[in-house]
Design a protein around this ligand. Structure first.
Ligand SMILES: NC(=O)c1ccc[n+]([C@@H]2O[C@H](COP(=O)([O-])OP(=O)(O)OC[C@H]3O[C@@H](n4cnc5c(N)ncnc54)[C@H](O)[C@@H]3O)[C@@H](O)[C@H]2O)c1
Length: 341
């Protein structure tokens, strides 16, 4: 596995516009500050409006606007499980800065209760369990990625780099007993990145890079419960700053697409390359060959998404054209054919 050492300077994100969800606390909050320090303008959203406002005031003092420019940082209360709320955060960034360069989906929560409690009975199992962890970690991330795939295509100059970074976790690739829903959600995030990485980066389509970051235990509120014992066992711990440093590096590094960085003890290790490279070892040569043939046949996957001929009246009845109500004036967007300049 190869170590990833971010090559990042104080100007690496100069004039870039970065949108971050889950930016009020923990790793997200550290990334807000990191991006500002590296020269970016930042728009962040979070459910926690108290800490969000606090960080906004603190960072506005530290990073005043440049000449007559807009504020370097803006914040809006956001619930990533609400599509319109996510959309509204993108609108804020777009209206303030007229473009968005990088998007980070950092909002996340840990396991709630025990979905597979051994104490469940024929009675108690009748109660519908909460899907909140899946909603925040996976559905929220999918909302962010979907909206980003459209906004990032607009107002870009020739050769402009654009990217999306999704927060997965060690649980996104390694067995994590008791974190049943959390693990499924973080596997889902990695899966989303894998399904998008060739499609969304295609120069004939969106031309956007997409990557994931998979931190191990990082000193934030979300792991308070185990942090003490973890440290006593002398296991590697990340600080939020170490993880955000890697994340900022991934935003700035235009060579990265379709990668995932496992972060432990402040160090990052790329995991996707070896999964591909060593497939014939862990899967076996024969099934690996069969898989390769199937993959070649499926190619870019358009066979799945090709639209059957459809009567337009039916589509309308089904609400397929129910887009967001907000519309930008013509001057706001520079739309591009196939998303490419
Ligand atoms: N801390 C770790 O050890 C660790 C390890 C692996 C992955 N991660 C991932 O890193 C990311 C950041 O985690 P963290 O440790 O900084 O946690 P944190 O709890 O400190 O921060 C998460 C932020 O997400 C926000 N949030 C929660 N639900 C939201 C919603 N519905 N809409 C908008 N915002 C919402 C919270 O208010 C909080 O500000 C998460 O995706 C987490 O799963 C963390």
């Amino acid at each position: 596995m190869s170590q990833y050492i971010p090559q990042i300077t104080s100007h690496s994100l100069a004039d870039k516009v970065v949108l971050i969800t889950g930016g009020a606390n923990g790793i997200g909050a550290s990334l807000v500050q990191d991006c500002l320090e590296k020269g970016a303008n930042v728009c962040f959203g979070d459910l926690d409006n108290v800490e969000g406002e606090r960080l906004l005031n603190k960072t506005r003092e530290r990073f005043p606007p440049v000449e007559n420019g807009p504020a370097r940082v803006v914040f809006q209360p956001t619930d990533v499980t609400n599509y319109q709320s996510v959309l509204s955060l993108f609108d804020l960034a777009f209206e303030t800065y007229k473009r968005i360069d990088h998007v980070v989906s950092a909002a996340g929560i840990v396991e709630i209760g025990n979905w597979f409690d051994f104490g469940l009975t024929l009675d108690s199992v009748r109660e519908t369990p909460t899907s909140k962890v899946l909603d925040v970690n996976l559905l929220g991330t999918m909302y962010v990625a979907r909206i980003a795939s459209v906004y990032l295509r607009h107002n870009r100059g020739p050769g402009t780099d654009r990217s999306i970074l999704l927060f997965s976790c060690v649980s996104g690739f390694k067995e994590s007993p008791s974190l049943f829903v959390y693990q499924a959600s973080k596997h889902g995030v990695l899966g989303l990145m894998r399904s998008l990485r060739s499609y969304i980066s295609s120069p004939y389509k969106h031309c956007i890079r997409i990557n994931t970051i998979a931190p191990w235990i990082t000193e934030t509120d979300s792991v308070k419960k185990i942090q003490h014992k973890w440290k006593e066992a002398s296991l590697p711990t990340n600080t939020p700053q170490e993880v955000s440093h890697i994340a900022a590096g991934m935003l700035a590094d235009r060579s990265l697409n379709g990668k995932s960085m496992f972060v432990e003890g402040g160090r990052a290790w790329e995991t996707e390359e070896n999964v591909e490279r060593l497939e014939s070892h862990w899967l076996g040569e024969e099934p690996s060959k069969a898989l390769a043939a199937g993959q070649e046949f499926l190619d870019d996957g358009s066979i799945w998404t090709a639209k059957p001929r459809q009567r337009s009246s039916i589509s309308k009845q089904n609400g397929i054209f129910n887009g967001p109500k907000k519309s930008f004036s013509k001057g706001d967007f520079t739309p591009v054919a196939n998303g490419v300049h």
